[in-house]
Design a protein around this ligand. Structure first.
Ligand SMILES: Cc1ncc(COP(=O)(O)O)c(C=O)c1O
Length: 426
């Protein structure tokens, strides 16, 4: 049935006029598959479906490339684990002497479990309560970028006496002309109060933290503001470090321009080197370091046609990967089932295994006519993928697997239904 419908689609496509076909062919450049179809099959047979698959070799290459791009000698890379908290992956970052950027106490907890020294963890978060602030300090974290006078005051209040010498305090910058309408950070006009507050208790403000906003692919959005950020940092009399944050983009549309680490690294190095003072540079890449290193595999469980459109049901759900549907992000989807030619590709929705109205993993993808049992691969899910998965819709979460040196190993077990009872008082 599907096959004859597919034939009809094929004939319909063949009737399209030349101009339209030309546009389609330009758009439909075949995407590279993340690995062989045999391996995809082997992974699903071994670990089950759906499955997060990380490419450790690719992750290492990416880390190396980013590290090399910023040649300034006093640079400290801190991976933003908000994007991915898997311990096995965090250990890979550690093996490259990267530290960790923590958005929350939970990020710090995971970082410590992965073996990071507290001095290699930078906390740049928001709105901790008293107990949490104390916990962060008791864990031994030395660099804290605080985003309000109230948080700075709380930190100064609860800081144990013996930590005063080792602590590095910074302010998160809020500059509406650059960061737009953001709730986070402090404006330069508050710096005076912040300096007075810290000096009163014998501490100094030595850092400025800047965050451009996540997923920015335009390199100039960063390079154009370097001078302004540095000029603002110079308003801090005890300035010793600049944290240039994260936010560096990843080209989820494979045919679009990517953030250029080499240009960014060269410009930032040039500007800081010529400051005439020894400033430490902290960089906290998240998405750009890990997005491209993972694939979510799922298997087709149902195919139907609604007019010209192919509706494919898979054994995964929006709760396993929320970004494309809930947050409007785009992810390329590929399959090992080859199309005979570009005209046997069909507009396809890849739908999750619930009736939730937003349960889509991809919309309007161009894919061949699929069959039950085919495998689809959702690309570039390493950042904000598993980390944003949830138990919404009450489906246990998938397993995670790491490919390295031609082998694969489990790095997080698949959940079973018992997880749905965790902490419930029966
Ligand atoms: C302060 C800070 N640094 C780095 C990151 C990582 O951002 P990205 O994944 O866009 O690089 C975040 C994300 O929330 C952040 O808040």
């Amino acid at each position: 049935m599907v096959t004859s419908l597919a034939m009809e689609k094929l004939q319909a496509m063949a009737r399209l006029d030349k101009k339209e076909l030309g546009v389609r062919s330009q758009q439909l450049i075949p995407l590279p598959l993340p690995f062989s179809g045999e391996l995809a099959q082997e992974l699903l047979s071994t670990y089950g479906s759906p499955l997060y698959v990380y490419n450790g070799d690719r992750l290492r290459e990416t880390i190396e490339r980013i590290t090399k791009a910023v040649s300034y000698p006093r640079t400290q890379f801190r991976f933003a684990s908000v994007t991915n908290g898997n311990i096995a992956l965090l250990k890979i970052f550690r093996s490259f002497r990267w530290g960790l950027h923590a958005n929350t106490p939970g990020d710090i907890y995971l970082g410590l479990q992965a073996g990071f020294d507290p001095s290699e963890i930078v906390y740049s978060g928001s709105n901790l309560n008293r107990a949490e602030m104390l916990q962060v300090l008791n864990w031994g974290v030395t660099t804290l970028n605080l985003d309000s006078l109230a948080q700075l005051q709380l930190c100064c209040e609860v800081l144990p006496k013996h930590r005063e010498k080792s602590i590095r305090l910074g302010l998160r910058l809020n500059l509406p002309e650059i960061t737009g309408d953001s709730r986070i950070g402090m404006r330069p006009e508050e710096f005076g109060d912040a300096i007075a507050l810290t000096r009163e208790v014998g501490l100094k403000l030595s850092g400025l933290h800047f965050y451009r906003g996540t997923g920015t692919n335009a390199t100039t959005a960063f390079t154009q503001v370097i001078d302004t950020v540095i000029a603002t940092a110079q308003q801090l009399p005890d300035w010793e470090y600049l944290d240039f944050g994260g936010g560096f983009g990843y080209p989820y549309h494979h045919n679009k321009t990517a953030f250029d680490w080499e240009i960014f690294g060269a410009e930032l190095t040039e500007r800081i080197t010529h400051l005439g003072r020894k400033i430490d540079l902290v960089i906290e890449p998240g998405r750009s370091a890990i997005a491209g290193c993972a694939t979510l595999l799922a298997q087709v469980v149902s195919v139907k046609w609604q007019g010209e459109k192919q509706i494919v049901g898979v054994d995964s759900t929006v709760a396993n990967l929320s970004v494309p549907s809930v947050h409007g992000g785009y992810r390329e989807i590929v399959t090992w089932k080859q199309a005979d030619n570009l005209h046997s590709l069909f507009t396809t929705d890849i739908c999750g295994n619930t009736t939730y109205s937003r349960d889509y993993l991809g919309k309007n993808c161009q894919l061949p006519a699929l069959e039950i049992g085919n495998i689809v691969a959702i690309l570039d899910v390493g950042a904000y993928g598993y980390a944003m998965s949830s138990h919404f819709l009450h489906r246990p979460k998938p397993a995670e697997v790491l490919l390295e040196n031609g082998t694969h190993r489990l790095i997080r077990r698949r959940e079973d239904y018992s997880v749905l009872l965790t902490n419930q008082v029966l």
